[in-house]
Design a protein around this ligand. Structure first.
Ligand code: CP
Length: 340
């Protein structure tokens, strides 16, 4: 055994630390767990400040800095808002998508990352179908990596923009973010929780601020074990009972691309879990309705609710730009010249 350890040490001297010992850039945003509550507050305050800043002045912040967007999965909201955010700060952006790059020829995530770094990328924004992909990229490149959604794992920037939306609904300022700021809030997340990285990041973040999170959906899309994700999280199978307890409801689409052969009775699903006008009026008329998108009208939500007065769906999308400005600025502001 001692000989084996010595051999390993000798090999490490020649080749350097193993891949899994490579550090992750501290200003990456891969999981909501990367942020303390104080850091969440700073990010939201930074989003507010950047949103208000004179656009010409703001453009100077990251002038000529290079941001690569690496998208291995389809995206409308996240990709566009990250790109607009980086450009609003003056950064040069380049988009690499799986269909128009050497990823199609079999190039690995690691080699794609090393290539982008060699081309001058200082920060990589990654959407990947593989849970954990951002960690691979971060270790391979040493660059700050911003997770734009990885498989069924996490979508931290979505959870932060959702928090911004919730604070606006409650009339709270970013400076109020604390371990207790959402203690009077119950939020239901309803739908395909199992496959949702948005649900996971929100369920990990919001209870840390005092919120109660009710997960709701059929057992195929919400296993009982999900209640053990952490404190402040419970499961309620009866959507109407969940609505009656909630000030906020976040609807999720069924992720057909991840169902892997599972067949659901769509009519039964709609009858039990759809957010429709009658159900909302009867059980939660004053609840804020959220949805990370894309929405499937007529399935998990009707047009009346999605376009109704209590819907925050468009505000969620709009909040993506300032929030992502804050994340890109945080990552790049310190990539040269040390932390701010
Ligand atoms: N909310 C979200 O991640 O949407 P996109 O897939 O369009 O980026």
């Amino acid at each position: 055994m001692a000989q084996t350890r010595a051999t390993v040490r000798k090999a490490q001297k020649v080749s350097g630390p193993s891949f899994f010992q490579q550090p992750i850039h501290p200003l990456s945003a891969i999981s909501v767990e990367d942020f303390s509550v104080a850091e969440v507050r700073r990010i939201l305050e930074s989003a507010d400040a950047l949103e208000k800043e004179d656009p010409l002045r703001r453009m100077k912040r990251l002038a000529k800095r290079r941001v690569a967007l690496l998208f291995y999965e389809a995206s409308t909201r996240t990709r566009t808002s990250f790109e607009l955010a980086a450009k609003a700060l003056g950064a040069d952006t380049t988009l690499v998508s799986s269909l128009s790059s050497s990823i199609e020829k079999g190039e690995s995530l690691k080699d794609t990352g090393i290539t982008l770094k060699a081309l001058g990328a200082e920060c990589i924004i990654l959407r990947s179908p593989y849970s954990g992909g951002p960690y691979v990229l971060a270790r391979a490149t040493g660059l700050p990596v911003l997770n734009a959604g990885d498989g069924m794992a996490e979508h931290p920037s979505q959870a932060l923009l959702d928090l911004r939306t919730i604070l606006h609904f409650l009339g709270m300022r970013a400076s109020a973010v604390s371990e207790k700021c959402l203690r009077s809030v119950t939020l239901t997340i309803c739908g395909d929780v199992l496959h949702s990285r948005v649900a996971r990041s929100n369920a990990m973040l919001l209870p840390r601020l005092g919120a109660k999170v009710i997960l709701c959906g059929p057992v195929e899309l919400l296993p009982d074990a999900a209640a053990a994700m952490g404190p402040g999280i419970s499961i309620e199978r009866d959507f109407e009972a969940a609505l009656r307890q909630s000030q906020i409801v976040m609807m999720l689409r069924i992720q057909a691309e991840r169902l892997a052969g599972l067949e659901l009775d769509a009519d039964e699903y709609r009858s039990r879990y759809q957010a429709n006008a009658e159900r909302m009026a009867a059980h939660a008329p004053e609840a804020l309705v959220m949805h990370p998108g894309p929405i499937i009208r007529g399935m998990e939500i009707t047009s009346e609710v999605a376009d109704g007065t209590m819907s925050a769906i468009a505000q969620q999308v709009a909040n993506g730009v300032p929030l992502r400005m804050a994340l890109v600025e945080r990552a790049l502001g310190a990539a040269k010249g040390g932390p701010r």
